[in-house]
Write a protein that binds this ligand. Structure first.
Ligand SMILES: *[C@@H]1O[C@H](CO)[C@@H](O)[C@H](O)[C@H]1NC(C)=O
Ligand SMILES: *[C@@H]1O[C@H](CO)[C@@H](O)[C@H](O)[C@H]1NC(C)=O
Ligand SMILES: *[C@@H]1O[C@H](CO)[C@@H](O)[C@H](O)[C@H]1NC(C)=O
Length: 511
């Protein structure tokens, strides 16, 4: 197989999975929200919708209700698996052989693959004629390329004939996809990605095939990506620090202005270091995530649709970012920073972007009104909601504990100064009053914390919150007055942003 053929396959596959799929889902959402349905399920439960879809699966059925609108289709576009995914039969209503005995399942919009979402769009939504044509054509192209082609190749000729049509129809439905299309067209062949997309598209055309599914892949074709099973990271051997001891020395300072052309300090809202030493920054005003490779001194960026506010690392190549969308809610978005692509987005009902985001035991931790939420980024589900007395901010998780501060503190100064901790094993919140209001929280290799306070001081706090001591910053100007603090245990590194200066500290060698 020619490498370029495979690359073209990946490009076209990416267009269908990363652009067309979410676009179709979004169009359905727009349609039912304008028609004031409260949810996708409510929409699917609408009698007319059930009725129309029922006849796309069942032949020669006269229905008990609305029977002037019954139809009989020559071909049945909905396959049994799809119908079963959408509807369940109500028990004990066997008399009529018709749509009235079915109720919609709690299916999420983002679980719909291209086939199913195009059927719903074409049969149950209001589309203008040009839109309808575009949806039909995209669906047709998808079938042309994947119902028959299982080779994983697209020749130059095939590509040339299809690309401009894909662009035309996609932009007709959503002109804002232009940039995404340009960047996907240039996507280089990444074997692992190729394999995932290949499996995902094959799966769109047949029932999950045991052989294909066994290699650790879980297919989520309704979404943009598939996720490989992750192994838990084993605990590292670690040495305890004495609270307050000097842990870091200044290694390097970088001017953010020269790096990113950012002219105001406040424009970088979060910084994390990957395990390989790369730094990732949220730059909301530029709608970008920036990546700085500290050895090669080069920078890279990933465009983000919306405003990226806070960031956490997920594994060696992935970050999760809270992105605020204009006029819509916030989403968690996962990006692969090597390939600079969005892997997926997760909507977490009730999540507030101001609470922050962190990562623990392979799960994400976010917050909402008086709640901490644990989100499984693989299943995309909120697996735990922890009710607490305050709305959390500056969330930082480590060692089975979630640290945060109170977002709404009013005038109670002791509440403002509290560093709080919810222990997942103890299931309760503890607090520790610090000399100044906590602002940014990070943990060291031994599980103790560095808490940057609003007066610029840094406090070293034990993981159980019992001991606390201010870090002596007398001799180190770079340690004073920071705005963001973040450590990486693998790199033994701490970064501290002080307006436009980023200081990188290394751990002192210990004997
Ligand atoms: C048939 O469908 C039309 C269009 O949606 C609708 O206005 C009409 O009420 C339906 N007929 C019956 C008998 O419900
Ligand atoms: C992207 O494609 C354009 C032309 O299609 C080419 O000039 C450019 O070098 C490509 N960029 C990369 C990173 O491959
Ligand atoms: C990192 O996490 C992402 C998202 O869950 C996943 O797709 C990817 O395969 C993971 N990579 C590694 C190296 O574990």
């Amino acid at each position: 197989m020619d490498k370029e053929d495979r690359r073209r396959y990946l490009v076209v596959a990416s267009v269908f999975l990363d652009i067309v799929t979410p676009l179709f889902q979004h169009m359905i959402e727009k349609d039912y929200t304008t028609r004031r349905f409260g949810s996708f399920q409510a929409f699917m439960d609408n009698l007319k919708v059930v009725h129309d879809l029922f006849h796309l699966r069942h032949r020669n059925s006269g229905c008990c209700k609305d029977n002037v609108n019954c139809s009989n289709h020559k071909s049945l576009p909905l396959i049994p698996l799809q119908w079963k995914k959408l509807y369940s039969e109500n028990p004990g209503q066997g008399i009529h052989n018709c749509h009235c005995k079915f109720t919609a399942n709690p299916v999420q919009l983002k679980e719909l693959d291209i086939s199913l979402s195009s059927i719903i769009l074409l049969n149950c939504c209001y589309l203008l004629q040009p839109e309808e044509e575009a949806v039909e054509r995209l669906r047709q192209y998808k079938n042309d390329y994947w119902s028959h082609s299982t080779t994983g190749c697209i020749t130059q000729t095939e590509f040339n004939t299809v690309w401009s049509d894909l662009v035309t129809y996609i932009l007709r439905l959503d002109p804002s996809k232009q940039d995404d299309l340009v960047s996907i067209k240039n996507r280089s062949l990444i074997e692992s990605l190729f394999k995932k997309y290949f499996v995902c598209l094959l799966d769109l055309h047949k029932q999950p095939d045991e052989d294909l599914m066994q290699n650790g892949f879980t297919c989520e074709c309704g979404r943009q990506m598939i996720i490989l099973a992750n192994k838990d990271q084993s605990r590292r051997h670690r040495k305890q620090y004495q609270i307050g001891q000097a842990v870091f020395y200044l290694h390097q300072q970088i001017s953010l202005k020269s790096l990113f052309n950012v002219d105001k300090g406040r424009l970088v809202t979060d910084i994390k270091m990957m395990d390989d030493g790369r730094l990732v920054f949220c730059v909301p005003d530029q709608s970008k995530v920036l990546i700085y490779n500290k050895d090669e001194s080069n920078t890279d960026s990933i465009p983000v649709r919306g405003t990226p506010c806070c960031i956490t690392t997920v594994n060696s190549s992935t970050v999760a970012i809270i992105v605020v969308k204009p006029f819509r809610s916030s989403y968690i978005e996962l990006y692969d920073i090597n390939y600079k692509i969005k892997l997926k987005w997760i909507q977490v009902p009730g999540m507030k972007s101001a609470c922050g985001i962190s990562h623990i035991n392979n799960k994400l931790v976010v917050g909402g009104l008086r709640t901490l939420m644990i989100v499984d980024h693989k299943s995309e589900e909120t697996i735990q909601k922890i009710k607490i007395r305050c709305t959390p901010e500056s969330i930082h998780a480590s060692d089975n504990k979630i640290f945060f501060k109170n977002h709404h503190t009013g005038f109670i100064s002791n509440e403002r100064k509290k560093l709080k901790c919810y222990s997942l094993s103890g299931k309760k919140v503890q607090g520790k009053i610090l000399p100044s209001d906590p602002y940014s929280i990070t943990s060291l290799r031994d599980g103790s914390l560095y808490v940057l306070c609003i007066d610029g001081s840094i406090h070293h706090v034990s993981g159980d919150l019992k001991d606390e001591k201010a870090v002596n910053t007398n001799n180190i100007v770079a340690l004073k007055g920071g705005n963001i603090i973040s450590c990486n245990a693998k790199q033994n590194t701490m970064v501290l942003r002080n307006n436009m200066i980023l200081s990188i500290f290394q751990e002192q060698q210990q004997d």
